[in-house]
Every structure is written in structure tokens, then in C-alpha cells.
Design a protein around this ligand. Structure first.
Ligand code: NAD
Ligand code: TYD
Length: 360
């Protein structure tokens, strides 16, 4: 039975990936999820699978070398899928240090522990072992020409502390591949949306604020563009890259689904009004009057867009969920999981929100 070590599996994309993998492979695989349970990690994201015999959760920090070494020593790991990271740009602008620590040092520690566990005496690696590093399109910087796209060959040009830390982690992975022929892949994906996303990111933040009648804070002129991908399509892409991709290659994952932020906010409001029953209390809060333009994010990248030509040609992956359908599914999920939202927005969240938005 193949054993996966997933890092950051209690977060947004990691938990969706674990759900996807059990749906696809059932009892054919075993998954060990290593997560430090930071503010972004939530065991409730995995409630329905936590009692499976072929699933194990280990609370550990990826920068804790001894803890990670122990996991490799006690388990014959076949695949690593590395999601764990600090992931929010605004937080990285406020406090870059933890981003360097987790994203750069944490990735190097993951790589080195896997290398030690998988290396043969002659410096080659045991058959079939693979490491996949999950990264972002933000490493490529901001596109100014509206006809231009990010390709795997686009030079790195990160601007935020977050994207700089992810770019650094990608380079560390590349260094392990080039220096040791360490069996790895890198995927660079565009903005994800879907269930279990923490409401510090655009879509769940707007859903939650609208339902509570709070202002919808649109940064700058609202015309920054992101390329949105339904999270399950990303999970599928990651699995396909690990199964069918060429080792040592980078694959960009994205959807040719570019939207301005203000289009997203309008669509969230319209979809909420469409889905909320007439007699639902929350309905009276929702409306476009909530939209408020606020001070722009520092160094705000204008446009991200991926041309997923390589993954389509080599692996046959394509985004399957059209945006209109994906956003409806997502909003429905948030409406049906009010408790989940209540739990993640209790405690420190409101403090974060006040701090982050008070001067905007
Ligand atoms: P997230 O913030 O929702 O989840 C991160 C997870 O990592 C959490 O469960 C957290 O507890 C865990 N974690 C953080 N620091 C840790 C540490 N030191 N040790 C162990 N676990 C730790 O992030 P996400 O949106 O699910 O993103 C997952 C990965 O995908 C990240 O590497 C991110 O850079 C990348 N990515 C995200 C997007 C996106 O749109 N969200 C797009 C492309 C790539
Ligand atoms: P975000 O979800 O933080 O993802 P990223 O910065 O990694 O792309 O933000 C998506 C876009 O939405 C980005 O251009 C910033 C903008 N944004 C707002 O306008 N208001 C908000 O409150 C947030 C969180 C984001």
C-alpha cells in the first residue's frame, strides 16, 4: 500500500486534497497528515475522515527537524505532498519573518528528511519515491501586458514577502533536484476557491461579511485580476502530476479564468441573493450597498494569469469546474456550514480583522 505524507493537510487546499485522494483511491492508499495547526489549520476540515484506518494525523511543525525525521524513520513514505506554508499576502506584509521560517526553512527540512530517508548508499534514490512541492503563480510577479500569461519559463519576479518566500522555497527544491537528482516536482497554481477556505482570503471573507451585513472591503480600484481555480481541480492536477508528470519538471496549474476583484465581489452578492431563501434572516443584510473601496494593499500585484498549456499537453489535465458552477457550489457550502464559519471566526479572528482593516 502506497503511503503519502501530506504536510499542511488541515488547511484549505490540503484538506480538499486529502478528501479528493480518499474519494479516488479509497483503501488503496495510506495518508499521514502532518500539520502544526496554526490559525489556518483546522481539524474540523477532516472530521469525516479522521477515523479511517488508513489515515493518521500528526501534530508537528515542519521546522522541527527531529519531529519530521522521526516520522520518516517510523514510516516507509512513498510520496510527499508538501502544502504546509504561511499563505496570506496581507499577513506577510505585516510580519514577514514567519513566512521565511515556515516556507523556506520548513521546505528545506522536509526535503532533507525525505532525502535522508530515500537515498541509497551510491547517492541514487529508492525506486518510486517522489516529492511534490505545492507552489503559487505569485512567484512570477505581476503581468502588465493583457495578452501575456505565466509559463513555466517565465522568470521569477516575486514582490510580496509571501511570494518571495515561496519563490525561495521553489529554488531550494530546484537546488535539491539539480544537485542531488532528488525526485521531485513543483506545481505553481493560481488562486484557489472552494469549501474550507479560511475567511481571510477574498471569497470567503466577502461571503462572511455580506451574511453579517459588514462592509465588503475592496482594495484599491478593485480591478486587480486573479485567475481562479476550483480547489478540487487543483487537487486532481497535483495527483496527476505526481502520477504522470516527468520528474524534475515544473507544471503550472490554472484555469484561464481571469476575473477582476470587483467582478468577484458582485458575483458573490448576486449568488448569495439567488441561493438564500426569501425568509432567511441573513438575506436582509446582503446587498451591493456593502461594497466599500479601501486603501490598496502595499505592492499590490495587478494581474496573475496562467496558460496551462504544458500540463494539458503532457498530462491531459484541464480545469473541469466552470466558474459559475464552482462559485455556486462554494457559496452553497458556506451557507450549509454556518457552524464551521462561526467556529473559525470566533477567538482571534475578529482581532485579526480589526487590526488588518482598521486603517484602511
Ligand atoms: P492554508 O493557510 O489554508 O493552510 C496552510 C496549512 O499549513 C494549515 O493547516 C497550517 O496549520 C499548516 N502549517 C502552517 N505552518 C506550518 C508549519 N510550520 N508546520 C506544519 N504545518 C504548518 O493554505 P492553503 O491556501 O491551503 O495553501 C496550501 C499551499 O498551497 C501553500 O503552500 C500555498 O502557498 C499554496 N497555494 C495556495 C493557493 C491559494 O489560492 N490558496 C494557490 C496556489 C498555491
Ligand atoms: P487574496 O484572496 O488575499 O489572494 P492573493 O492576494 O494571494 O491573490 O486576494 C485576492 C485579491 O483580492 C487580491 O487582489 C487582493 C484582493 N482583496 C480585496 O480587495 N479585499 C480583501 O479584503 C482581500 C482579503 C483581498
Amino acid at each position: 500500500m502506497r503511503t503519502y505524507l501530506v504536510t499542511g493537510g488541515a488547511g484549505f487546499i490540503g484538506s480538499n486534497y486529502i478528501h479528493y485522494m480518499f474519494k479516488k483511491y479509497g483503501d488503496e492508499i495510506r495518508i499521514i497528515n502532518v500539520d502544526a495547526l496554526t490559525y489556518a489549520g483546522n481539524p474540523a476540515n477532516l472530521k469525516d475522515i479522521e477515523n479511517r484506518d488508513n489515515y493518521t494525523f500528526i501534530k508537528a511543525d515542519i521546522t522541527d527537524r527531529a519531529a519530521i525525521e522521526k516520522i520518516f524513520a517510523e514510516n516507509d513514505i512513498d510520496r510527499v505532498v508538501h502544502f504546509a506554508a504561511e499563505s496570506h499576502v496581507d499577513r506577510s506584509i505585516e510580519d514577514p519573518e514567519i513566512f521565511v521560517r515556515t516556507n523556506v526553512l520548513g521546505t528545506q527540512i522536509m526535503l532533507n528528511c525525505a532525502k535522508k530517508a530515500w537515498e541509497n548508499e551510491d547517492g541514487s534514490f529508492k525506486e518510486g519515491k517522489k516529492f511534490l512541492h505545492v507552489s503559487t503563480d505569485e512567484v512570477y510577479g505581476s503581468l502588465s501586458d493583457p495578452e501575456d500569461y505565466f509559463y513555466e519559463t517565465t522568470p521569477y519576479d516575486p514582490h510580496s514577502p509571501y511570494s518571495a518566500s515561496k519563490a525561495s522555497s521553489d529554488f531550494i527544491v530546484k537546488a535539491y533536484m539539480d544537485t542531488y537528482k532528488f525526485p521531485a516536482n513543483i506545481t505553481n497554481c493560481s488562486n484557489n476557491y472552494g469549501p474550507y477556505q479560511f475567511p481571510e482570503k477574498l471569497i470567503p471573507l466577502m461571503i462572511n461579511n455580506a451574511l453579517n451585513g459588514r462592509k465588503l472591503p475592496v482594495y484599491g480600484d478593485g480591478k486587480n485580476v486573479r485567475d481562479w481555480l476550483y480547489v478540487e481541480d487543483h487537487a486532481k492536477g497535483i495527483d496527476l502530476v505526481q502520477e504522470k508528470g516527468r520528474l524534475f519538471e515544473t507544471y503550472n496549474i490554472g484555469g484561464h479564468n481571469e476575473k477582476q476583484n470587483i467582478e468577484i465581489v458582485n458575483l458573490v452578492i448576486e449568488t448569495l441573493l439567488e441561493l438564500l431563501p426569501e425568509d432567511d434572516e441573513r438575506r436582509k443584510n446582503v446587498g451591493k450597498h456593502l461594497i466599500t473601496y479601501v486603501t490598496d494593499r502595499k505592492g499590490h500585484d495587478r494581474r496573475y494569469a496562467i496558460a496551462p498549456d504544458k500540463i494539458r499537453a503532457e498530462i491531459g489535465w484541464e480545469p473541469e469546474t466552470m466558474f459559475a458552477e464552482g462559485i455556486k457550489k462554494t457559496i452553497k457550502w458556506y451557507l450549509e456550514n454556518e457552524e464551521w464559519m462561526k467556529n473559525v471566526t470566533s477567538g482571534d479572528y475578529m482581532k485579526y480583522y480589526e487590526e488588518m482593516y482598521k486603517d484602511r
